[in-house]
Write a protein that binds this ligand. Structure first.
Ligand code: IFM
Length: 453
C-alpha cells in the first residue's frame, strides 16, 4: 500500500508562533572529504566487504564539506528556522583527543557563519556515531574513558563556535548506537555483544552528562539530546507477548529516557551497568536539560521470542533476544519497509508526558522522515503532513512540543544501507553531486511561507 494522498491536502492546523522548524543531517552521512579528517569507526566498518548492502562508503558522500554554501542556500530557501547538523569528532580531533585539527574546526566555523548570514539557526549535534578510530582502539564506548574524552571534545567545539550557537545537542540516538553498533553488529563498530553491550549505553549517557556540564561551563545554553523513541505494541494480549513488548519498551525507551529524566535506570538495569559509583554517575547523567529531543520514525510490534533467527527491517535478529519484532500490517510502508503510522507519534508524545510528568522538559522532534525514491515524492508529503497533524494533536492534548526537524535535508549515506535509501527533501545525484529539490521540498516551503504570511 502506498502512502500517496488521495486528493489536495487541506492546510495544516496552526502551530504556535515561536514553534521551531528545521531540517537535520549528520556529518558522516553528508560531508565526504574523508581524507581531511581522522578515521572513524565508520571508515573501518565500511571498508569490510559485505557490511554495507550496496558496497559503498561515505568517503565522498554528498561532498557537503566542499559544497556547504550551496547546501546552506537550500536550507535558507526552504524557509526553515534552524539547521541541525553534526560535528565530526575525528575532523576536529583526529585521534579523539590531543591536538586540534585546525582546518577541521575551521570548517564548522565557516558553516556556522554561513548559516547565521543566511538567517538560519545552527543546531550542532556533537556525536552522531562517528567515533574516532583511535578512541575505538582504546576501548571505544565500552570504556569509561571515552566519556571523559568526549566531554573534552565538547569543550573544544564550544570554545570555537559557542558564541553563535543558540541550541546544542549532545548525542544522537545512543540507543541505536548501542543496539545496532554494539549488540547486533549491523552498524559500526560491528560488535555482536548482545546484552554485554549495555556498558555502551551507560558510557554514552555519562558522556552526555559530562558534555552538558562542559558546554555550560563554556557558556552554552539551551542544551538537549536526540533520543530515538517509539511506542511498542504487543503482538497480542497474551502474557508472553505483553512481557516481550514491555522488555522492548525498556530497551528502546526507558533505558535511555529514565536516567536522563528521573535519575535512575529502569528496575533491573542499574545493576548491569559498570560504574565505580552509580549514584554519582546518575547525578551527572540527569543534569537538567533545557529540552528533550525525540527522533520518531515508527512504532514497533513485539512478540515473544521465536526459536530461530528473524529478518526485520534489514536486521538479522538472533533467537537469544527475549523478544521478536513482528510485521505491522494495515498501514502504508516506506521503501525501507517501515510502517507509516502518524498516530503513533501522538501516542508516543502523550505517553511521555504521562510517564514523566513535571520531570519532562519541553520536547522537540529532532528527526522525522521517510525513505522514498523519486522527485515527485507525494508519499513523503503525505508522511510529513500526517506526522505534523499527529504532532498538533499532541499539542492540543497539552504536550509541550517546541519544534520539528525533518530528516533529512538531502539524500545521503544511509549507514549499512549505503545510498539505496533516500530520506532527502532534496535529491542528490551521487555521481554528479547535483542537488534537485523534490516535490516535498516545495511543499514544505509553501507550508512555511503560508505560516509566515
Ligand atoms: O539516517 C538515520 C539517522 O542517521 C539517524 N536516525 C535515523 C535516520 C534514518 O535511518
Amino acid at each position: 500500500m502506498a502512502a500517496t494522498p488521495a486528493g489536495p491536502i487541506p492546510p495544516l492546523p496552526r502551530f504556535p508562533r515561536d514553534f521551531l522548524w528545521g531540517v537535520s543531517t549528520s556529518a558522516h552521512q553528508i560531508e565526504g572529504a574523508a581524507d581531511q579528517r581522522g578515521a572513524s569507526v565508520w571508515d573501518a566498518f565500511t571498508a569490510v566487504p559485505g557490511n554495507v548492502k550496496d558496497g559503498t562508503t561515505a568517503a565522498v558522500a554528498c561532498d557537503h564539506y566542499h559544497r556547504y554554501r550551496e547546501d546552506v542556500a537550500l536550507v535558507r530557501d526552504l524557509g526553515v528556522d534552524a539547521y541541525r547538523f553534526s560535528v565530526s569528532w575525528p575532523r576536529v580531533l583526529p585521534t579523539g583527543s590531543g591536538p586540534v585539527h585546525a582546518a577541521g574546526l575551521d570548517f564548522y566555523d565557516r558553516l556556522v557563519d554561513e548559516l547565521c548570514a543566511a538567517g538560519v539557526r545552527p543546531v550542532p549535534t556533537l556525536f552522531h556515531w562517528d567515533t574516532p578510530l583511535a578512541v575505538q582502539e582504546a576501548g571505544g564506548w565500552l570504556s569509561r574513558d571515552t566519556a571523559e574524552r568526549f566531554a573534552e571534545y565538547a569543550a573544544v567545539v564550544a570554545a570555537r563556535i559557542g558564541d553563535r550557537v543558540p541550541k546544542w545537542i549532545t548525542l544522537n540516538e545512543p540507543a541505536e548506537h548501542t543496539l545496532l553498533g554494539h549488540a547486533l553488529g549491523e552498524h559500526a563498530p560491528g560488535r555482536r555483544l548482545l546484552f554485554d553491550a549495555l556498558p555502551v549505553a551507560h558510557h554514552q549517557l555519562l558522556a552526555h552528562g559530562l558534555a552538558v556540564r562542559a558546554l555550560r561551563a563554556a557558556g552554552a545554553r539551551d542544551i538537549g539530546i536526540a533520543n530515538s523513541h517509539g511506542p511498542t505494541w504487543p503482538a497480542s494480549d497474551g502474557d508472553e507477548d505483553t512481557a516481550a513488548a514491555d522488555f522492548y519498551d525498556v530497551l528502546l525507551n526507558r533505558l535511555f529516557a529514565d536516567p536522563l529524566l528521573v535519575g535512575h535506570y529502569p528496575e533491573g538495569c542499574g545493576e548491569l551497568m559498570p560504574s565505580p559509583d552509580l549514584e554519582a554517575d546518575l547525578k551527572v547523567i540527569s543534569e537538567p536539560l533545557d529540552w528533550y529531543g525525540i527522533n520518531f520514525y515508527q512504532p514497533t510490534k513485539v512478540g515473544a521470542p521465536l526459536p530461530h533467527t528473524t529478518e526485520f527491517s534489514g536486521l538479522t535478529l538472533p533467537p537469544e533476544l527475549p523478544f521478536s519484532p513482528r510485521e505491522i500490517e494495515g498501514y502504508p510502508k516506506t521503501d525501507f519497509g517501515w510502517p507509516v503510522v502518524p498516530g503513533a507519534l501522538t501516542e508516543l508524545l502523550t505517553a511521555f508526558r504521562d510517564r514523566y510528568g513535571d520531570r519532562l522538559p519541553p520536547l522537540v522532534i529532532t528527526e522525522n522522515g521517510c525513505s522514498y525514491e523519486g522527485l515527485d515524492d507525494q508519499e513523503r508529503i503525505a508522511y510529513l503532513d500526517g506526522h505534523l497533524r499527529a504532532l498538533h494533536r499532541a499539542l492540543e492534548a497539552g504536550v509541550d512540543v517546541r519544534g520539528y526537524f525533518v530528516w533529512s535535508l538531502m539524500d545521503n549515506f544511509e549507514w549499512a544501507e549505503g545510498y539505496r535509501r533516500r530520506f532527502g527533501l532534496v535529491h542528490v545525484d551521487h555521481t554528479t553531486q547535483e542537488r534537485t529539490p523534490k516535490a516535498s521540498y516545495h511543499w514544505l516551503r509553501e507550508v512555511l511561507r503560508a505560516r509566515r504570511a
